[in-house]
Design a protein around this ligand. Structure first.
Ligand code: NAD
Ligand code: ZN
Ligand code: ZN
Length: 361
């Protein structure tokens, strides 16, 4: 029997989100229904609402979540009813060219549920990143569920489902930060701070946090930054060079995603350093700089999607590290809110007052 539950809908570009009754079909082959326990508010949900991803309104927002498997469809043998899972937006297919070449993090036909969740009048919903978890229940593909330790706090470990994994993986997977490296992170929101935590876990000896907001810099220090630079007051490139013996940092992570921050990352790195772009630029942004500067610097220029993670490989490990007290995931949860408070959480995020607001169901 299809079920009726409450979910947070963005009906049209820029309009405030609203709580609506939605219909969750019974899971078909390969699909599962998950009772959502918690879902973080990510910047990308706001970008969906603003029409910045595509115009397939109405959206069912929310994609950074953990919950309990409630029902499973035909052929699902990896999951059982009652399993505690973190939802992911990279259920790799194993068949595409990228997967077959041993680079599943670049899989270009990741699985989502085939059936649609709808409004009561039958209007099909587009779930954010194929998840849609600002809802009491959601329908996903079984591959989008990664089983983790069931005694974990869902509001905390659910953050691995997007922003924390993206930032941490940008440092550890994409940037390949190693022991003794110097690392600079530009933009210390949830994603940048997760990169700081990742750099610390990987053994970086110097971790330089860069932001325009002193409150963010204080949080970054609490999470492991060894030095801070206020970009509104100081020249970032010179300051990073000064802190690294004049060389620049081995890895610089741009967790803002603007031309000016990317250029700072480019010039603030060591001659053989790596730039990782994890912040998401908007379509109109352009970069202009001397081509000779590219030529005369070595190293690597990379972008990082979802921290190059493989959920089934990475989530359980990170949950273990959290449970052992080696990954301070709980510090990313600034506030817990109800499902009807998502619109307010967008404003709080915009004002820079949170790392994460998490909807708890
Ligand atoms: N690549 C991925 O897979 C992925 C996944 C999730 C989120 N993201 C993106 O990562 C970015 C950061 O997300 P977030 O949730 O941390 O956002 P956020 O808004 O919480 O944090 C951004 C931070 O950057 C700082 N900032 C803004 N302009 C700056 C500047 N010019 N110099 C220095 N600091 C500046 C802000 O003060 C803020 O602390 C967003 O673009 C988001 O869409 C990417
Ligand atoms: Zn694939
Ligand atoms: Zn996200």
């Amino acid at each position: 029997m299809p079920q009726h539950v409450r979910g947070v809908i963005a009906r049209s570009k820029g309009a405030p989100v609203e709580l609506a009754e939605i219909v969750i079909p019974d899971p078909g082959p390969g699909e599962v229904v998950v009772a959502v326990a918690a879902c973080g508010v990510c910047h990308t949900d706001l970008t969906y609402r603003e029409g910045g991803i595509n115009d397939e309104f109405p959206f069912l927002l929310g994609h950074e979540a953990a919950g309990i498997v409630e029902t499973v469809g035909e052929g699902v043998d990896s999951l059982e009813i009652g399993d505690f899972v973190i939802l992911n937006w990279r259920a790799v297919c194993g068949q595409c060219r990228a997967c077959r070449r041993g680079r599943p993090q670049y899989c270009f036909s990741t699985f989502n549920a085939e059936q649609k969740m709808t409004l009561l009048d039958g209007t099909e919903l587009t779930p954010a990143l194929g998840i849609g978890a600002f809802a009491e229940k959601t329908l996903v593909h079984a591959g989008q569920c990664t089983k983790v330790d069931p005694t974990s706090d869902p509001a905390v470990v659910g953050l691995l489902g997007c922003g924390v994994m993206a930032g941490l993986g940008a440092a550890v997977n994409t940037g390949a930060v190693g022991r003794g490296d110097s690392v600079a992170v530009i933009g210390c929101g949830g994603v940048g701070d997760a990169a700081i935590v990742g750099a610390r876990l990987a053994g970086a000896s110097k971790i330089i946090a860069v932001d325009r907001d002193d409150k963010k810099l204080a949080w970054a220090s609490d999470l492991g930054a060894t030095h801070t630079i206020n970009a509104a007051q100081t020249d970032v490139v010179t300051a990073v060079q000064d802190l690294t013996g004049g060389f620049g940092a081995d890895v610089v992570i741009d967790a803002v995603g603007r031309p000016e921050t990317w250029k700072q990352a480019f010039y603030a790195r060591d001659l053989a350093g790596t730039v990782v772009l994890v912040g998401v630029p908007t379509p109109e942004m352009r970069l202009e700089m001397p081509l000779l500067d590219f030529f005369s610097h070595g190293g690597a220029l990379k972008s990082s999607w979802y921290g190059d993670c493989l959920p089934d490989r990475d989530f359980p490990v990170l949950v273990d590290l959290y449970r052992q007290g080696r990954l301070p995931l709980e510090k990313f949860v600034t506030e817990r809110i109800a499902i009807d408070e998502v619109e307010g959480a967008f404003h709080t995020m915009h004002a820079g007052n949170v790392l994460r607001s998490v909807v708890v169901l």
